[in-house]
Ligand binder design. Sequence first.
Ligand code: AMP
Ligand code: ZN
Length: 131
Amino acid sequence: MCIFCKIIAGEIPSAKVYEDEYVLAILDISQVTYGHTLVLPKKHCTDILDVDQETMMHIASILPNLSKKIVSNTKALGCNILSNQGEVAGQTVNHLHFHIIPRYGSDDSIVINFNESKKQDLDEVLKTIKG
Ligand code: AMP
Ligand code: ZN
């Protein structure tokens, strides 16, 4: 059983932010910023490449209101919603989860950069992606 399944089963304690039949939200043990929350489906799936549509719909249906509540009650200015898929993308727990990371300003201990690697031929990229 994975660590998040153990949390869902109550075998490992967690700080519960939200819970319903399908979804659990807990405080991340490493608070990247104040209020950093993880949203996970109760049904185990590895990542977004593995999740079924119904489970994903349940996650999606609670993300906006939960994010609004967290941002509003922490008096944050905004938030990042992140989900790492696979080790190459930084995933360390192989149970799908979404990070809600409240943002307070430029001195937040999180840096996200989108740097262009090299110029791509977008027509060629489209062809590849569409298959
Ligand atoms: P990721 O690297 O995207 O897979 O994120 C995994 C997250 O799970 C990390 O931010 C960890 O701090 C968090 N984490 C690991 N174990 C626990 C735990 N027992 N309770 C709460 N958060 C955890
Ligand atoms: Zn699991």
